[in-house]
Design a protein around this ligand. Structure first.
Ligand SMILES: [Zn+2]
Length: 146
């Protein structure tokens, strides 16, 4: 398998589970929503630190933090992850609370461009931040309980 660069700071495999990646390779990108990819790259540039999503490419255990297969038992039946609109991530050395607050400090831009519309309540996601670009019709970022 070949690795494909998606943006300045992310590879495609960081956004896709191995089951889909092994089957579709570079065409896995067709299942991703460009807004969440653009949103994550925007946050990466603003915060200036590496954002960790999947690490299965390098042999790590994280493989369902972006696009997931419909058959997975992870998460909700109609999880935004299954539509390529969601990313779970963290920043080494930064608390989830600080990461959440940083994303929220860019709420206006993120909502105007519909890059990140929804974040899961961090009291439920202690070790990662879930962001997605689902349509909400709201003028602010929606905080949901997973
Ligand atoms: Zn998630």
């Amino acid at each position: 398998m070949k690795r494909f660069r998606l943006t300045d700071n992310f590879y495609l495999d960081e956004f896709v589970c191995p089951g889909i990646y092994s089957q579709y390779g570079s065409r896995s990108v067709y299942f991703l929503d460009a807004r969440i990819v653009t949103g994550m790259q925007f946050i990466r540039e603003q915060i200036g630190k590496p954002i960790h999503i999947n690490n299965w490419w390098d042999g790590g255990p994280l493989d369902e933090r972006g696009l997931r297969e419909f058959k997975t038992k992870t998460g909700a039946k109609f999880s935004q992850h299954k539509f390529g609109r969601a990313v779970d991530s963290n920043i080494v050395g930064t608390s989830v609370k600080d990461y959440f607050e940083f994303v929220m400090s860019h709420e206006k831009y993120l909502i105007e461009n519909q890059l990140i519309t929804t974040i899961e309540n961090i009291s439920f996601t202690k070790t990662w931040l879930h962001c997605d670009c689902r349509y909400t019709g709201l003028d602010h970022i929606l905080i949901v309980n997973p």
